[in-house]
Design a protein around this ligand. Structure first.
Ligand SMILES: C[S@@+](CC[C@H](N)C(=O)[O-])C[C@H]1O[C@@H](n2cnc3c(N)ncnc32)[C@H](O)[C@@H]1O
Length: 286
């Protein structure tokens, strides 16, 4: 029996209704269908009576079964859009989150203000993972030098693939344990979205803890070990008046500000995410 796109959609929606506590949405199913037939959403809507072939159906069923098993959509599809760019992802990197796009916008706005005439404007993205922060900055501001740093070899393989997806200038990948590979006074901006979840946290979603890499999620010392290291090591690597941008957990903003003050950072600004959570901190190296 030949199945039309519409019949597959209706059948899949009926199937997932029978799964208790599922988070699969109609939109997720449409994404799987798009991937299986290699077309966009508008094609599916305007060609709903088209039949799909056996190979496409096998691929679609495989993708839907992976979703049903609880694998996050981005890992099922192998990609995630971030700041309008498509990034390859697998289970060795964190799935780029929409709120982290706020960080990229802030860096571009503030970077434009402080980079009036400088020739060598250096940005370090510490703990790049997929590269979504640093590579998006490189795509938006091709004249800035952007250095992507990571300590996970598995993550660097993903980073490299995303790096090569565009022809890039002024962009480099460095293996480094946080800022240890960098020279003194070299960076105008350092940004990091580090691991910041307490290892015993009860609030973490099962789909996150089961599938995303633990080295991207958890940090010792109540979730603050890596943040403390980045703040103290950035002091040495940032130029005077250079800016440090850090993403933090929903309840860590006050502690992050205190650590910044203890390290003599100035002009500490807190930025909210889409849920009004104090998610990001910007501060100036004095
Ligand atoms: C929360 S993920 C962020 C990934 C990406 N920047 C993003 O925003 O989606 C943190 C990243 O930091 C890396 N990381 C953890 N410890 C590190 C260390 N000591 N030095 C460098 N990178 C580290 C992890 O491998 C992971 O890719």
């Amino acid at each position: 029996m030949s199945l039309t796109l519409e019949k597959i959609l209706v059948k899949s929606l009926t199937d997932i209704k029978d799964i208790s506590n599922t988070t699969i949405t109609k939109s997720d199913i449409i994404f799987c269908l798009m991937e299986a037939i290699g077309k966009d959403k508008s094609y599916i809507i305007t060609n709903h009576d088209e039949c799909i072939n056996g190979n496409q159906l096998t691929k679609f069923n495989f993708l839907l079964d992976s979703l049903k098993a609880g694998i996050p959509l981005a890992y099922v599809l192998g990609n995630q859009f971030f700041y309008n760019y498509k990034y390859y992802v697998n289970h060795n990197v964190l799935i780029p989150r929409p709120e982290t796009e706020i960080l990229v916008s802030e860096i571009i706005n503030r970077g434009d203000k402080i980079n009036k005439s400088k020739k060598d404007f250096n940005v370090i993205d510490a703990g790049s993972g997929s590269g979504c922060i640093g590579l998006s900055i490189n795509s938006e501001r091709g004249k800035w030098n952007v250095i992507l740093s990571e300590n996970s070899h598995k993550a660097v393989k993903v980073l490299n693939k995303n790096y090569k997806s565009e022809s890039r200038k002024n962009c480099f990948i460095v293996m480094s344990d946080w800022l240890s590979a960098f020279n003194d006074d070299m960076a105008d901006i350092i940004v990091s979205n580090p691991p910041y979840i307490k290892p015993d946290s009860k609030e973490i979603d099962k789909n996150v803890s089961n599938y995303e890499p633990s080295e991207a999620l958890y940090s010792a010392d109540g979730g603050l070990y890596d943040i403390k290291r980045i703040i103290s090591e950035s002091k040495r690597v940032l130029k005077k008046d250079g800016l440090l941008f850090i993403e933090n957990g929903f309840d860590q903003s006050k502690k992050v500000s205190d650590i910044l003050k203890e390290n003599y950072y100035e002009d500490i600004d807190i930025i909210l995410d889409y849920n009004n959570i104090k998610r990001f901190t910007v501060s100036r190296n004095s």
